[in-house]
Design a binder for this molecule. Structure first.
Ligand code: FES
Length: 106
């Protein structure tokens, strides 16, 4: 879906997603790195388990919530990927009470 433009000065950054070794470019956000690696979704919704992926890429929509180095609810589009980072798909809404985890009151 996404294709990288040539970045001759970019340094390779190595991280894992769901235990899989991936390579990104220095300066990539975690969300951009995952999209560039062809990862289809980075979280599931709390109620229905629907797959979601980053959308706005600028910190507004919260569709990119993800677990980074064991910390849930990080905005992947606002965190720069680093060597050795461990990234996991966020399942539901960890740390939120059931009533707050509701999707838009549905
Ligand atoms: S992609 Fe919208 S807040 Fe991160």
């Amino acid at each position: 879906m996404f294709r990288r433009l040539p970045e001759p000065r970019a340094r390779a950054v190595h991280f894992t997603f769901e235990g899989e070794a991936l390579t990104a470019h220095s300066g990539d956000s975690v969300a951009a790195a995952l999209l560039g690696a062809g990862i289809g979704h980075s979280r599931t919704t709390p109620r229905s388990g629907t797959a979601r992926a980053p959308y706005c890429m600028m910190g507004v929509c919260f569709e990119c919530l993800i677990e980074i180095d064991g910390v849930a609810n990080r905005q992947g589009c606002l965190v720069e990927v680093r060597d050795g980072m461990t990234v996991r798909r966020q399942q539901g809404a960890p740390g939120l009470p059931e009533d707050l985890a509701d999707e838009g009151g549905k």
